[in-house]
Design a binder for this molecule. Structure first.
Ligand SMILES: Cc1cc2nc3c(=O)[nH]c(=O)nc-3n(C[C@H](O)[C@H](O)[C@H](O)COP(=O)(O)OP(=O)(O)OC[C@H]3O[C@@H](n4cnc5c(N)ncnc54)[C@H](O)[C@@H]3O)c2cc1C
Length: 291
């Protein structure tokens, strides 16, 4: 067993070329569970903790694009200044595990595991984020929608490192909500993220834990755009919000499992989407307006 304590992205990529079967370890909050449950052998490991490049973030002011290193921990996402730029991601980060898990866990690890219940993933879908990958041959980027291909499956190659995620910053409400079997330390039974781009006039809504991978409710989004003026502040009635939630829920394909039933999950996302839309239309939800 070889353990590589990489200190740069170049070192990681070089180690991946030599050891393509090695396991990448960022916060270890998924990897260690797998090892402790004997679902994964203790093979070669490339530790990312000391790769400071993976923990950086910056905004390209010209394109208003935020670039986030794959190793930025949830604890940083939930605090200022990132929480003001990406309020929905901050809300999702605050729901992940406990403070200890949030200090170690990262979006790179959430993407690496690619569970349909991963709390960061509906947010990245609603942001239309790009995933940045690198191996010894070079870099590439792909849409989050192409990256997530199934239950715990993503489109990265064995020798690729997720270096980061980028997303266009928007102005307007954005929010995340999750239903679980209790209020904290819980994996989602159903989750939803809604982003209002008040400049371009769109609302994007994505759901977690209600299909093999994250669902974008594109038909409901299109229906809403036909029925509501989405540039600037929005105005929706309770009835319209309910219909939006019901339409969005029909785009999910949930299953019965040990956490919940398909029927409850469908009901839950319908209510979550309805409430998020009503929050988007409420002028005093200032804490959730991206700045
Ligand atoms: C008690 C507990 C509670 C939890 N609660 C939640 C919760 O509420 N919501 C939630 O979404 N998750 C939860 N999790 C799961 C976990 O914390 C998250 O999925 C987290 O995002 C994983 O990040 P990490 O950095 O620890 O990943 P790691 O465990 O280090 O890695 C996870 C996977 O991603 C791969 N990987 C890591 N970094 C990269 C990279 N840069 N490039 C390519 N592959 C990479 C690894 O090889 C591995 O396959 C919980 C876990 C525990 C133990």
């Amino acid at each position: 067993m070889t353990v590589v304590n990489a200190t740069s992205i170049d070192e990681v990529v070089d180690a991946l070329r030599r050891l393509p079967q090695a396991r990448l370890l960022q916060g270890g909050t998924d990897v260690m569970v797998e090892i402790n449950l004997n679902r994964a052998g203790a093979g070669d490991v490339i530790a990312l903790r000391q790769v400071s490049e993976l923990r950086r973030w910056y905004v390209d002011e010209e394109s208003r694009t935020l670039h986030l290193g794959a190793g930025v921990p949830y604890a940083e996402l939930e605090r200022s200044p990132l929480c003001n730029l990406l309020p929905a991601l901050a809300e999702a980060a605050r729901t992940v595990g406990s403070p200890q898990i949030r200090a170690a866990g990262s979006l790179g690890g959430n993407l690496g595991t690619c569970s349909p219940a991963g709390d960061g993933l509906p947010v990245l879908s609603a942001y239309d984020a790009m995933v940045h990958l690198r191996n010894a041959d070079g870099s590439r980027q792909m849409s989050i929608h192409d990256f997530m291909v199934g239950v715990k499956r993503n489109a990265s190659a064995a020798d690729e490192l997720i270096t980061g995620i980028s997303m266009q910053l928007t102005r307007g409400f954005q929010g995340y909500a999750k239903v679980g079997t209790r209020n904290a330390m819980v994996i989602s039974v159903a989750s939803a993220c809604l982003v209002h781009d008040s400049e371009r006039g769109s609302i994007r809504v994505a759901f977690g834990a209600v299909a093999p991978t994250i669902v974008r409710a594109r038909n409901a989004e299109a229906w809403l755009a036909e029925n509501v003026e989405l540039v600037g502040a929005i105005d929706v009635s309770g009835r319209l919000a309910r219909e939006f939630g019901e339409r969005a829920a029909t785009e999910c394909t949930p299953i019965d499992d040990h956490r919940s039933t398909a029927a409850y999950r469908r009901h839950a996302v319908s209510v979550l989407a309805e409430r998020l839309l009503l929050r988007a239309a409420t002028p005093n939800t200032t804490g959730n307006r991206a700045s």
